[in-house]
Design a protein around this ligand. Structure first.
Ligand code: NAP
Length: 287
């Protein structure tokens, strides 16, 4: 199977690397062309445009930052859709809203191609280790034929039904993660502000019912107010909060805590923390 991979950011570059290491024939394209070089070094071919990539691939995978980024590589004369035809697959792994996914599906279907949305949970390290959780939805036929590809990027892979379901599931997942990180930051701030040793708070948390890998990984960095190596850019987490609130509005579900946490993330963006890891939101909380 010939694979095209577009969007070689933190996640996409690690995921495409795993496909190359697994022996797949991979063609790549990225807006900033320099990010293609390491992949070409591993045997990937460089495409001239998203369109020519989709023309040459059986399955085109995209891992883009935002809904606008998805549109910019999908639409237009040189976009992915222009290169699709009957028998091809378009697999979008970006975190976007359900409407963006449904538009992608419609455009793919108009060309006789199949569509699958497959956003992921897990950050830089799980992407490198091919241990992502992959939430897929859309054309079951493309899911079945792409499974050997998905299995080289993730360890937990779920099919969730019709297009839009995976986008919605991913947003529900991220608001939980974001709420937990915010609560952790506030707990550390309160402990430190009360004269307690915040590393002891981490010990207490880790020995109880709320112990989890994220607290273990990010807790010491937050407690020490160290620099945060960017695994998940804060600007993308705020995008996910915004999309989750948009979805909540559509279905009439109040999200009391998430609405407040979104304001916190907006404040972090205003402080110039957007390119840092989302754990840097603790800098807005800590005095
Ligand atoms: P990233 O490092 O910022 O990479 C984003 C990619 O999108 C880059 O290839 C970038 O191209 C491209 N892009 C952005 N705007 C564009 C535009 N207008 N036109 C064309 N290309 C554009 O992001 P990431 O961390 O890999 O995340 C990718 C997606 O996965 C996001 O939807 C994110 O929410 C989701 N996600 C991330 C993580 C994580 O921990 N990082 C975990 C799960 C899910 P350039 O290189 O030219 O900028």
């Amino acid at each position: 199977m010939k694979i095209g991979f577009i969007g070689l950011g933190i996640m996409g570059s690690a995921m495409a690397t795993n496909l190359l290491k697994a022996g797949f024939n991979v063609t790549v394209w990225n807006r900033s062309i320099d990010k293609c070089s390491p992949l070409i070094g591993l045997g990937a071919t460089l495409a001239a445009s998203p369109r020519s990539l989709a023309e040459s691939a059986d399955v085109t995978i995209a891992m883009m930052a935002t809904p606008a980024a998805v549109q910019s590589v999908r639409d237009g004369d040189e976009g992915i859709v222009a290169g699709l035809s009957a028998g091809k697959g378009y697999l979008d792994m970006s975190t976007v809203d359900a409407d963006t996914s449904m538009k992608s599906a419609m455009l793919a279907h108009e060309k006789g191609a199949l569509f699958l949305e497959a956003p992921v949970a897990g950050s830089r390290k799980p992407a490198e280790d091919a241990t992502l959780t992959i939430m897929a939805a859309g054309d079951r036929e493309l899911y079945d034929s792409s499974l050997p590809v998905l299995e080289k990027m993730g360890k937990k892979i779920m099919f969730l039904g019709e297009t839009g379901n995976a986008a919605r599931m991913k947003l529900a997942n991220n608001l939980v993660m974001c709420g937990m990180l915010t609560a952790l930051s506030e707990g550390i701030a309160l402990a430190a502000g009360s004269g307690l040793d915040s590393s002891q708070l981490l010990e207490v948390l880790d020995s109880g019912a709320v112990a989890n890998p994220m607290f273990r990984m990010k807790g010491p960095q937050i407690a020490a107010n160290r620099d945060f190596p960017t695994a998940f850019p804060l600007k993308h987490m705020q995008k996910d909060l915004r999309l989750a609130l948009q979805l909540a509005e559509e279905v009439g579900q109040p999200l009391f805590a998430t609405a407040t946490i979104n304001e916190l993330y907006k404040a972090a963006l205003a402080q110039g923390l957007g390119e840092q890891d989302f754990a840097a939101v603790s800098r807005v909380i800590m005095k």
